[in-house]
Ligand binder design. Sequence first.
Ligand code: GSH
Length: 211
Amino acid sequence: MILIGMFDSPFVRRVAISMRLLGFDFEHRNWSVGKDQDDIRRYNPLGRVPTLVLDDGEALIESSAILDYLDECAGPERALLPLRGAERRRALRLMALATGAADKGVVQLYESAFRPAEKRHEPWLARCRGQMHDGLRELDRCAAALGNRDGWLGERLTQVEVTVTCATTFLHEALQLDSGQYPALMRQVSRCEALPAFRAFHQPFFVPRSG
Ligand SMILES: N[C@@H](CCC(=O)N[C@@H](CS)C(=O)NCC(=O)O)C(=O)O
């Protein structure tokens, strides 16, 4: 399998970490959505990452669809997302908060990267910033409710750990958030970032400023 996209994307990173945790080997194409857009479009008409090209040439797009495929291949005993019930709904909610906050972070970065400074719409940026922080605040509240327990759903490492960690680390690095602002969330995130699979795929985000 070939994974397309840079590990500075939380969406690409969560796929790479999941593949490592589930024991799937992959080749990596470190293609940028900026300069390598034409190459990415050969596999994904949207020109977005992650894209996962299977051995028979089929290309999977959208990280949630890729993770769904990986869990299916891994089987019910090893799947990273709980299979059903209240635990699955709780996992999906936590992951939606994380990916939603990451989406709002990406929008802010693209505003600075692609729109000329004099055309930026500050109320829209403020709204995205607010939504991003509200998502992180809710994750912090949920993490605080865990008390001293490690693990969002229990002791087993799940897709919640992977997705929440990738999104939170990305937002802190790319938007230079205060690392003391969400202490309970950061405690869970730091624990995961120390694990080998997380350390293996980490590339801090860099965005060139357009002025
Ligand atoms: N919902 C998508 C989000 C992926 C995403 O936002 N990827 C960004 C990189 S972080 C991208 O491809 N940006 C290029 C573009 O949208 O034109 C997923 O989960 O795969």
